[in-house]
Design a protein around this ligand. Structure first.
Ligand SMILES: Cc1cc2nc3c(=O)[nH]c(=O)nc-3n(C[C@H](O)[C@H](O)[C@H](O)COP(=O)(O)OP(=O)(O)OC[C@H]3O[C@@H](n4cnc5c(N)ncnc54)[C@H](O)[C@@H]3O)c2cc1C
Length: 334
């Protein structure tokens, strides 16, 4: 069985997620070739030239300099067809998650997304992915080939090795007429970006920050200051409970820098971080299920019977999160 590793560049080089997918493919022990699309694809192939691939193919046309469904789908389809492999492995980046399921349908391939583990067994590829909001881990294989697998980021070690001369073959692509023009990128300022998947620590704020405190008053401005000071000092990623982000849509005063994108849980995200600190959040099951991939969990809550204390956290600090986090911030700044 032959595999094909399909990658794309980002700002002219392979992103970490691409190197992780390559690392996963190398671990299979199957013969494989590599295809790369995007600006600087040939140089990116040279950067991974010693990965053990039997060959390299690239699409470095101006049409794929920017992510765009139509041109990315055309380039990916041409690369996959040039390889003729039974299994295609690609990183689950937003660029590929958008176009590759469409490519699979176009080429009559089976496709599975969010793969967290790959292994070769008895001549077949075995994959694992989570179902039902990370509650059920399934191991499976498919008889249908060709089979495309999009590998989640953060679960495989990135491939590391020396650069070399990949002598990549340029693949010709018929892009057809494009009706979509990329006119620019709009993104928040770096310090306004609170979701940081690469951060070691996830800091979760719950609705308690916006509730009346012991003096009978709301302290929302103080809460916002404490949280933002901590995020800046610890370079942590910011998560939220559903109750906190729902306050905005209910017209209540809340933390302006928080949105539904921060929500962790059953109807939110399931981020991967080494450590997590929950503050003013009760730790109910629909929230805590989003902590599945947080290795070490701690929580600060006034209530010694909160959900975190029911076996959901490694350490629970029973205390006032305002006071505790102000002390933590002072320590971080001293
Ligand atoms: C179908 C469904 C899906 C859901 N999906 C999600 C989801 O994806 N994510 C999610 O988060 N929720 C989800 N929920 C809601 C979830 O069940 C809880 O209602 C929600 O997580 C509660 O948020 P909270 O803990 O921030 O707020 P609360 O329950 O109001 O808890 C606030 C906590 O703050 C503490 N507190 C207050 N002041 C302080 C202080 N000064 N210091 C320390 N602690 C303090 C209180 O003791 C309390 O424990 C879902 C519910 C349903 C039914």
């Amino acid at each position: 069985m032959k595999a094909f590793v399909l990658l794309h560049t980002e700002a002219g080089a392979l992103p970490k997620a691409a190197l992780e997918a390559l690392g996963a493919a190398c671990g299979l022990g199957l013969p494989f070739s590599v295809g790369i699309l995007g600006q600087g694809a040939a140089a990116a192939a040279d950067a991974v030239a010693t990965c053990g691939a039997t060959g390299f193919a690239v699409v470095d046309a101006p049409e794929v300099a920017q992510p765009r469904y139509a041109s990315d789908a055309a380039a990916a389809a041409a690369l996959i067809q040039s390889a003729g492999a039974e299994v295609v492995i690609a990183p689950q980046t937003s660029r590929f998650a958008r176009c590759l399921p469409g490519v699979a349908a176009r080429l009559g391939m089976a496709v599975d997304t969010h793969i967290v583990s790959l292994a070769a067994q008895d001549g077949a590829v075995k994959a694992q992915r989570w179902f039902y909001r990370q509650r059920i881990l399934s191991s499976f294989s498919r008889a249908a080939h060709p089979w495309m697998l999009l590998v989640d980021s953060g679960v495989n070690a990135p491939w590391q090795g020396a650069a070399g001369a990949a002598q990549a073959q340029a693949v010709a692509v018929d892009f057809g007429e494009s009706r979509t023009t990329v006119t620019g990128v709009q993104s928040p300022a770096a310090d306004a970006q609170t979701i940081r998947p690469e951060a070691a620590l996830l800091f979760v704020a719950g609705a308690g920050w916006t509730k009346k405190q012991r003096d009978g008053q709301f302290h929302i401005g103080r809460a916002g200051g404490i949280i933002q000071t901590f995020l800046a000092a610890a370079k942590a990623s910011l998560g939220s409970s559903k109750s906190l982000v729902d306050l905005k849509s209910e017209g209540q005063e809340t933390l302006g820098f928080m949105s539904h994108m921060n929500q962790v849980g059953q109807t939110g995200s399931t981020p991967r971080h080494l450590k997590g600190l929950s503050t003013c959040c009760h730790g109910e099951e629909p929230h805590a299920v989003g902590w599945r991939f947080i290795t070490e969990r701690r929580a600060i809550n006034l209530d010694p019977n909160c959900g975190w204390a029911q076996g959901k956290a490694d350490v629970v600090y029973v205390g006032d999160a305002f006071e505790i986090m102000e002390k933590v911030n002072a320590l971080l700044q001293s």
